[in-house]
Ligand binder design. Sequence first.
Ligand code: NCD
Ligand code: ZN
Length: 346
Amino acid sequence: MSDSLTIRRPDDWHLHLRDGAMMHAVLPETARHFARAIIMPNLVPPVVTGADAAAYRHRILAALPPEMSFQPLMTLYLTEDTDPDDLAAAHASGLITAVKLYPAGATTNSASGVANFDKVRAALERMAEIGLPLCVHGEVTAEDIDIFDREAVFIDRVLDPIRKATPGLRVIMEHITTSDAVDYVRTAGDDLAATITTHHLVINRNHILVGGIRPHYYCLPVAKRENHRLALLAAATSGETRFFLGTDSAPHPDTAKITPCGCAGCFTAPNTMSILAEVFEKANALDRLEGFTSLHGPNFYRLPVNTETITLTKGAPVTYPNTISVEDEQITVFDPEFPLHWSVTA
Ligand code: NCD
Ligand code: ZN
């Protein structure tokens, strides 16, 4: 087995960069290895209009260290008041790459999300018409649905009806966590794809709860049973083009994670490529890493693949800082709890 692997520069199809000092701290962690990323719009307040996205994109590019190159692919946060003409204009100008649907209350900063799906019909139909993809946080929020069932129920109650009612709409089911989602994506037409995070390939729900509660493994959608992790791993390493990387790297200060009501999110930007190489190697699928990180995403989004490459090298275990600092706060880096032998060396 070779100890060096050169692949096209990867892209991250689901990333939280936040804003201000936090953004300045986390952006280089992604830009170091990734050429592009789909930028989540769940700021406070959210990125809802083309003007908001233009301003946010400008702040991201201004925060980028001059020696790095990185292209933020902007998204708009779909609300019940979204104006289809604004979406269409932002798409036509090349400003936005996708629109993000959060069911109201599903996750961090999703209060402005959609409660009544009839109210976004016109926007979805317009998106289908102009070829603007929809990124979906796939969880229902009904109080009577157990949190571990929320993704599977979302497929039946929301996603499938939306797709049937909106032919031609291209949908990315983001950060899937269940074998139900894997199966659904496999049987759907080629207008549906799914992203898989780094951490959901590594942890199951025991990591969060056994031997003490571990806030740094709490994210949404919450990690499920081991059989679901194995289904995600099989999908990610299968070479099927409908599955690709969206890290959902979601930094929160430790003070917001370690508290009686801690925030959801795992911060994986610094060590994602090392972890993925380890995971794919263990699955005997290193030759499929490039498809997952660098080819399938652009293919679905109808964007060119990157021409630059990165090289990963295998050697003695590499370590990453446990935390990175933002002003007087710390952000904990995701710990896969296994040694990492691969690192990006060029
Ligand atoms: C994300 C965040 O912190 O913004 N949290 C998470 O657990 N993934 C929101 C999201 O993508 O659900
Ligand atoms: Zn996310």
